[in-house]
Ligand binder design. Structure first.
Ligand code: MRU
Length: 360
């Protein structure tokens, strides 16, 4: 997608230097800093410390991490070390485990002498697959938006509420929750997005609003507590969020706060969709109560970072010294509140029967 009119992906191999580049998302929206990944260790840090985040992107980043490990050492031991370190970098999004398992298995099947080149080719393929998947999610989701247009009285825009960042920065390109929005907009549908700020890390404020701004989609930032009120007032036509892991019964695990949006949508008879690649479905887990929920550091809650009037980035504390915080990073929305799952293979019900049809 676009930043200041120039097309980017969130991770790519630079043609000239052959180095792996990514946008350091910790610095957005104030600074667009592109960094180079040089080693497995740097890749693990990039995932752990959220230079990159979002379920699909951390999976693809891990694939590039394997290629950096193979540049150093192509032994089975090196594959195993990369696997252990990458898969444990973040616990909740299942795409990371899926990517690590896929790459490690393929590498073990081929001779050591082929592993260096093959691992980079595979990482690039996985990046391209993600883009294609999101394009299809966009098409399938846009069909739902067209239906909303047809059922809507008057000519006001279709108003979508989204939480966190399931935009292009959370994937390689186009996003999951935002893909239907971009697709609908490209089809000429008037579309407007309510962007939840998404405390504590503010992915909505710093990433989603920034993406939509640069890609000319009308949006307004709201505090996380405003969604229910806007729904009651009839100002939301649909909620579309991403997912970090979806279980066989259709429970959707996503950024903390998603569950409350689903409850409010349900109470107000507003459709609530999760847009996700099928790689986000954990066919080994029956329901969401089994998903490990990442607990992050309390500084994310106690501090906020922003730009001062003088243009300086500063981190400030919002509490008294000595206050403790709890910081669960994800929650689970039970399937009964989920109207449908927008996948690359079609829009399906959030239930066991529909989900099992997707299992290869
Ligand atoms: O902690 P984050 O920023 O990695 O959490 C991201 C989300 O919760 C996204 O909604 C999810 O990964 C889906 S991204 C297409």
């Amino acid at each position: 997608m676009f930043i200041c009119g120039k097309q980017y992906r969130s991770i790519w191999v630079d043609q000239k230097s052959n180095k792996i580049k990514l946008i350091d998302q910790r610095k957005l929206p104030h600074v667009v800093e592109i960094i180079t990944l040089n080693s497995l260790q740097e890749t693990v840090r990039a995932i752990k410390d959220m230079y990159v985040r979002g379920a699909p992107l951390i999976g693809v980043t891990a694939a590039f991490g394997f290629s950096l490990a193979m540049k150093q050492d192509t032994s089975v031991n090196s594959i195993n070390i990369a696997y252990e370190q990458l898969i444990n970098a973040r616990p909740t999004a299942v795409n990371l485990a899926w990517a690590c398992q896929r790459v490690a298995k393929k590498l073990q099947e081929i001779p050591a002498s082929d592993r260096k080149d093959f691992s980079l080719t595979l990482a690039n393929e996985m990046a391209d697959e993600d883009v294609e998947t999101n394009r299809k999610i966009g098409e399938n989701g846009a069909d739902l938006i067209k239906k909303i247009v047809n059922n809507k009285a008057g000519s006001s825009p279709v108003r979508i509420l989204t939480h966190c960042n399931a935009g292009w920065l959370a994937t390689v390109d186009r996003g999951t929750a935002t893909a239907p929005i971009y697709e609908a907009s490209e089809l000429g549908i008037d579309i407007f997005v309510w962007v939840d700020e998404t405390r504590p890390r503010n992915q909505g404020a710093s990433l989603t609003a920034w993406e939509l701004f640069h890609n000319k989609i009308n949006n307004k930032l709201i505090v996380d507590n405003a969604g229910g009120h806007l729904m009651q007032k009839g100002l939301v036509d649909a909620v579309i969020v991403g997912s970090d892991r979806t279980t066989v019964n259709g429970d959707v695990c996503n950024k903390i706060g998603t569950y409350l949006k689903a409850l409010a949508a349900w109470d107000n008879n507003i459709p609530f969709y999760a847009a996700l690649p099928t790689t986000t479905i954990d066919f080994d887990l029956e329901n969401g109560s089994e998903i490990p929920i990442e607990e992050r550091g309390e500084d994310e809650v106690l501090m906020v970072t922003g730009k001062t009037d003088l243009g300086k980035l500063e981190k400030v504390k919002v509490t008294l010294d000595g206050i403790n915080a709890s910081n669960p990073a994800f929650d689970v929305t039970p399937s009964k509140y989920v109207t449908g799952l927008i996948t690359e293979k079609g829009v399906i019900g959030a239930n066991r029967n529909s989900i099992l049809t997707l299992k290869k």
